[in-house]
Design a protein around this ligand. Structure first.
Ligand SMILES: Cc1ncc(COP(=O)(O)O)c(C=O)c1O
Length: 399
């Protein structure tokens, strides 16, 4: 049995080589910043994961490892139970990380000069991987209308009809805007991609982190053919990012063979021993923990949204449907992106992701990680409130 106390506990992560906690001051140029940036959680993992790891560590021998039938069946069971998606275990390919997989996929399945379509504001490695590999980017920016993000389908239709566009990177659910795409939206993407023979690579790493009232649909479960690749991982779901295990689903045998060759080429086909143990335990026994985690994320999201409405109305959080990342519109503060970052770091002592790092479409926004105890969220909100008050006072004096 999991107990909810794990989501209230303040675990000191400093001096654990935590990127989030130990690198924030250096990366953001601040001092004693409260870090709510990079997407990992401050929560301890499910008990079953710790138990499985402890037993494995006690064994004391950590040689080369392969993905066992038990692991592959655990993945299949999870997809069936959580997403009502039937997968064949032979579709399940390995990658240490999803970003690694995106790099391998782009390298293996497109050529320099091919165009890749992304929907900014979006997770920065989408554009970085394309640029690293000399692929041209085509943008289908999301449209922010009436407080919710939408896909501009006319623009998407137009851009996908360019024969040089070979691949679309779909972020589903979407980081950072928090949308969980609906069936009709996914169907329209699938239809347009099929008409134009564009490979859809759906990054569904946030697929398990969906709040009540919304449902994640794996792109593969609604696509009319097998011209897709779906990237998932236990890393976001169960806070296992440091253990480097991802699950890349490829049903099309030709695409799968090309991907597997690429994995072999860079000697990436074998999993991390502890990553495998943790992922298997999480998929088999992590359901209850995840349900409690989602309750915490929803409560934290409501807290932030309500707090901003009542105490800092110049900041507006967009509705969170999925992920644990709040996307906050700060444009009414009237600051430049560098001014906003300066205020957050120097006055609020917070490390939050500047929206502009997700593309120019994110200018004036910030992303805030909600996967931490409510006490941390409260502290962050108090610090933010004080900084915003100071800003308003400074502006009033200048008038
Ligand atoms: C959409 C998305 N894809 C991929 C990743 C990172 O995946 P990995 O650490 O497995 O490379 C993240 C992490 O925040 C993400 O939000």
């Amino acid at each position: 049995m999991e107990d909810g106390a794990v989501f209230k506990q303040n675990i000191n992560r400093r001096h654990t080589a935590s990127e989030k906690w130990d690198q924030a001051d250096k990366l953001f140029g601040g001092n004693d910043l409260l870090p709510l940036w990079v997407a990992d959680m401050d929560f301890a993992v499910p008990k079953a994961v710790t138990q499985a790891l402890t037993e494995r560590v006690r064994h004391g021998v950590y040689g080369y490892t392969f993905r066992t039938e038990t692991y592959l069946n655990a993945v299949r069971k999870w997809m069936s139970e959580r997403h009502d998606w039937t997968v064949d275990t032979k579709w399940i390919c390995h990658s240490p990380g999803v970003v690694t997989a995106l790099n391998l996929i782009i390298d293996a399945l497109t050529k320099p000069g091919d165009k890749l379509l992304i929907q900014p504001p979006v997770y920065p490695p989408f554009s970085k991987t394309a640029k690293n590999q000399q692929r041209d980017l085509v943008l289908n920016p999301l449209v922010y209308q009436n407080g919710r993000y939408h896909i501009d389908f006319d623009d998407l239709k137009n851009k996908l009809s360019d024969p040089a566009v070979k691949l679309m990177l779909l972020c589903s659910p979407h980081n950072p805007v928090g949308r969980v795409w609906e069936k009709q939206e996914l169907l329209r993407i699938a239809t347009l991609a099929r008409e134009n023979h564009v490979l859809v690579v759906a990054d569904e790493i946030h697929s398990d982190l969906v709040l009540p009232g919304h449902r994640h649909l794996p792109f593969a479960s609604i696509a009319p053919d097998d011209y897709w690749i779906v990237c998932m991982a236990p890393s976001k779901t169960f806070n296992l990012a440091g253990l480097q295990m991802s699950t890349i689903f490829i049903a099309n045998p030709e695409l799968r063979e090309k991907y597997q060759k690429q994995l072999q080429r860079f000697s990436l086909a074998e999993p991390n021993t502890l990553g495998l143990t943790a992922a298997e335990a999480a998929f088999l026994h992590g359901s209850e923990w995840l349900d409690q985690c989602l309750v915490t994320i929803q409560r934290n999201a409501e807290y932030v949204s309500n707090y901003l409405k009542s105490e800092c109305p110049s900041l507006v959080m967009t509705p969170l449907e999925g992920t644990y990342l709040a996307w906050i519109d700060c444009r009414r503060l009237g600051l430049s992106d560098s001014g906003l970052k300066r205020m957050l770091v120097e006055d609020a002592h917070l490390a939050l992701n500047p929206g502009v790092t997700f593309g120019s479409e994110g200018s004036g926004f910030v992303r805030m990680n909600l996967a931490c105890p409510l006490s941390t969220i409260r502290q962050a909100m108090n610090q933010l409130h004080k900084a915003v008050d100071q800003l308003h006072q400074r502006k009033a004096i200048r008038k």
